[in-house]
Design a binder for this molecule. Sequence first.
Ligand SMILES: [Zn+2]
Length: 259
Amino acid sequence: MKRRTIIITSIISTASFLVANGQVQEEKSIFHYSVMDAMRNGVYTGDISAKSLAHKGNFGLGTYNNLDGEMIALDGIFYRVAPDGRVTKVETDRLVPFASIVFFKADMEYEISSIKTIEMLQKEIISKLPSANKPYALRIECTFESIAVGGANKLQDDNITGLAELMKTRPLYKRKQISGTLIGFYNPPSFASIDLSPFHFHFLSDDKTFGGHLVSGELSSVKIKISIDEKPGYEIILPQENKMFNKHWPQQNDIKSSY
Ligand SMILES: [Zn+2]
């Protein structure tokens, strides 16, 4: 039964597009393992490995079980930012409680300069999106004058503190004058329970020694290269054997459905 459900989900989420020469081209959805609402409610363990995720895409972000580091996938390599800030290629059997992964293929690519803040960068991206109601994968090559990225501290198995509370004391790693890639997503407001909306970015330096969840930063005047990949939707697979995921979450007290 479990297997059948997964196959049906993947058929529904694979959209076909007719390209100019009349050939049908398939564009895969964003593969999402679990949802942000699960971590907001203290679900930090999953049953999918980094190796299995690699079959779902070559680009994306997430975290590892018990928040034991942050995940970055770039050009088919899965990295782990350990709680001490060190970046390594991840062990293929390491399990993941939350991830957003795609096969990245840019639909639109351009360069800009004179963008100083992350807020300006986000406004610039939104102005270029064909629709603010569809999801996009975003690859941005840039240089920061200064940047702060967040990591994660490993939790005990029984720690079910919600993510918002944990993020107040997350480790922060800072650098000056560093070039690298922002790996991220635009998620429309209507999908805010699946992932951070409107933007979720992780950063990885060009030398692959520094990275994490983008918290703040100031961009340099060096040209920024923005690549945008429109996706037809989300393919979501939820943790299968997870007591915390299966239990009632506080915001579900309202039993009435409303339009
Ligand atoms: Zn993140």
